[in-house]
Design a protein around this ligand. Sequence first.
Ligand SMILES: Nc1nc2c(ncn2[C@@H]2O[C@H](COP(=O)(O)OP(=O)(O)OP(=O)(O)O)[C@@H](O)[C@H]2O)c(=O)[nH]1
Ligand SMILES: [Mg+2]
Length: 212
Amino acid sequence: MGSSTKGVNGNYDYSFKILLIGDSGVGKSSILLSFISNSVQDLSPTIGVDFKIKQLAVGGKRLKLTIWDTAGQERFGTLISSYYRGAHGIIFVYDVTRRETFTNLLEIWAKEVDLYSTNKDCIKILVGNKVDKDKEREVTREEGMAFAQEHKCLFLECSAKTRENVQQCFKDLVLKILAVPGLLENGSIVVKRQILKQKQVYNAPRVGGCCS
Ligand SMILES: Nc1nc2c(ncn2[C@@H]2O[C@H](COP(=O)(O)OP(=O)(O)OP(=O)(O)O)[C@@H](O)[C@H]2O)c(=O)[nH]1
Ligand SMILES: [Mg+2]
């Protein structure tokens, strides 16, 4: 480990897969845009699945984050398990001004994560978005904190609009991922290379083999 490794856009030590999960309209894509490009725009609902890549340094490590964003509106059938597969971190987003987006996290989204995520020690953060609309608030900070404690998640409130706490959500999540050795192993580029090598051995041409 520690050797410098060439990534697609430069050098990094670890590559992590992060998912954004939650109801339609809670602000998943806005949070992602605010994190990636430092800009704020009024977005249309996401169609299908999108992902963005961000490289950054945290805790002295160079990281490549692949952040997956999906439509809260539609279920996506057979794609669902590949969306969750190998995720290192999951960001559960609700809208602090719409209580049903908070209860749906428990009733729908958390169950789905339990069913499909393959990294059992993957790190979760609960994020209450749109705190700039404080007058319309329906979910208190205390309720958010209690939910997070119960489900062993980190917790933050943020606003994709004012950008308050947006960077912090990703930083807190990544710091926690870096502290879990099991997750680090499969996020490490060295391990990925070993897996690739093994695959190459398996896929090496066999006598009389054809297209399997
Ligand atoms: N006031 C306020 N509005 C926000 C905030 N974040 C997002 N919005 C608005 O909420 C609406 C929905 O935001 P999106 O980011 O598209 O929500 P989404 O979770 O990606 O929705 P789907 O793609 O349909 O799942 C947009 O009109 C955003 O401008 C915020 O922090 N404050
Ligand atoms: Mg979206």
